[in-house]
Ligand binder design. Structure first.
Ligand code: SAH
Length: 460
């Protein structure tokens, strides 16, 4: 088999980026834009010793899970790797992915396939959108998404994952740029003004925020644009973010308020959060609530417990736990996130939460050594790479009755569970949660408890 050969292949699995995987003559091929169960004709693009990459040419027999993507740009954009799969099949794929990782990497035996919390309506779930701006070949300002592996903008003001208000807001900005001849930013030359537009919506309050990311500090005709944007129902905050650096990072550090408040408010469950353009906030609030309720249920708090929430971000989970715990301590590496966490704790009237800035793997061991801190429950929600070894070791030394592990990467979750299970803990419950329908991502919540009340004697 060599480059440009046509092969026939049945897709049996999906890779980490959603590309189809199948075998022919003992060689594994990766074929983008296919779905598990498809029989396809593909053209070999690249051959390695034991595997190759092929391009989808023709679907010979579609998978029963195959559906027509709702978005006309699904294949070009690549943001939704699973849009050609029915939602039921997406959920089944995610359950299998989690189960496979926990079984194969985590070595958990006898684990039943976990339940997954899916969405009733898996569209328009994102409360945040960041649209890049550019110029088309006729010199008109455009916005949309970057074509795969490039910074060429494919014009598109409608994304089915985002809120309906995105489109009128973007059109108003494009019209204004056209009328006033305002140039979009150009990465190569560093010239031009409008780089990105950030739009956020509070799903429970209906409040909308627009933040113009500019290569400058103001925009010609800003008051006219503001007057027009104010007409969008729910608009409560308009601001400028200054980013004059030649970088891929979307937002700069300086904010200039233009109109309204400099934040929007949203609620998850009973708790309110103030969200500014630079704050981190979970993008799917409907599923976030289900995820945090599961974490809270697993923590099984009675009211007196001491709880540590590691990798706490803006304290979203910490405040959820603080409703039921005696005392909650949050640890997070980003100082601005901790500022938000403290403000949100005060906003909701919590006096039983305390936050520390620093690395979980440094703060926890240090506090354990110097103050002998203890915990009834430890909750962790680390980034994709999972928990640091020093953090896990201290957790084991602290001997909490329960550990609740919230994870956005089931492979590193499985690695960490293997360690915790070798150190006296056992996995009691596992639930997956679909925070990002249409994509390959899946969140998992795991409850671990002590194997026996005496086992802590054996742990060094
Ligand atoms: N629990 C939060 C955020 C989870 S995302 C929520 O649900 O909103 C993971 C968080 O871990 C991020 O905020 C990231 O800044 C933080 N982080 C990354 N590495 C860290 C480390 N070594 N120690 C502490 N926090 C870290």
């Amino acid at each position: 088999m060599k480059k440009d050969d046509l092969i026939e292949i049945v897709i049996e699995d999906l890779g980490v980026d959603g590309e189809g995987i199948g075998k022919t003559d003992g060689i594994t091929f990766f074929v983008k834009d296919t779905v598990i169960g498809d029989r396809v004709e593909a053209k070999i693009m690249k051959m390695k010793k034991t595997y190759g990459y092929a391009r989808l040419m023709r679907i010979l027999e579609p998978s029963p899970a195959r559906v027509e993507p709702r978005c006309a740009y699904a294949r070009q954009c690549g943001g939704c790797q699973l849009q050609a799969m029915s939602y039921e099949a997406q959920l089944a794929y995610k359950v299998n992915k989690v189960w496979n990782h926990l079984t194969r990497i985590g070595g958990l035996t006898g684990l039943p396939k976990p339940e997954i919390l899916g969405m009733e309506d898996p569209w328009r779930y994102r409360n945040k959108a960041q649209f890049p701006f550019g110029t088309d070949k006729d010199g008109h300002a455009v916005t949309g998404f970057y074509a795969a592996r490039s910074h060429r903008i494919v014009p598109c003001t409608e994304c089915w994952l985002g809120v309906e208000e995105n489109r009128p807001i973007l059109e108003k900005i494009l019209n204004h740029m056209e009328k006033r001849r305002i140039p979009a930013y150009e990465e190569e030359s560093g010239k031009g003004l409008v780089r990105h537009v950030l739009i956020r919506k509070g799903f429970s309050t209906g409040e909308i925020m627009v933040c113009l990311v500019l290569n400058g500090r103001t925009l010609p005709g800003l008051s006219a644009l503001t007057a027009s944007l104010k007409q969008v129902e729910g608009m409560t905050s308009i601001s400028i973010n200054v980013n004059q650096k030649n970088t891929n990072v979307i937002m700069g550090r300086e904010m200039i308020p233009v109109w309204g408040k400099d934040y929007i408010t949203d609620r998850i469950g009973e708790i309110s959060y103030q969200i500014s353009p630079l704050s981190f906030f979970q993008v799917n609030p409907v599923q976030t609530r289900k995820l945090y309720e599961t974490a809270l249920e697993y923590a099984d708090l009675k009211g007196e417990e001491t709880v540590w929430d590691l990798y706490c971000g803006i304290g979203t989970i910490s405040l959820f736990l603080a409703q039921k715990a005696g005392r909650v301590y949050g640890v997070e590496i980003v100082p601005e996130a901790i500022e938000d966490a403290r403000r949100n704790a005060a906003l909701n009237g919590f006096s039983n939460v305390e936050f520390y800035v620093g690395k979980a793997e440094e703060v926890l061991p240090e506090k354990y050594r110097s103050e002998g801190i203890r915990a009834d429950v430890i909750v962790v929600d680390p980034p994709r790479k999972g928990c640091d070894a020093a953090c896990l070791e201290t957790m084991v030394k602290m001997q909490p009755e329960r550990i609740v592990y919230v994870s956005c990467d089931s492979a590193t979750l499985a690695r960490d569970l293997k360690y915790l299970c070798s150190e006296g803990y056992e996995v009691k419950k596992v639930k997956a949660c679909d925070m990002f329908p249409g994509t390959v991502h899946v969140e998992t919540v795991v409850l671990l408890t002590h194997k026996s009340p005496d086992s802590h004697i054996d742990v060094k």
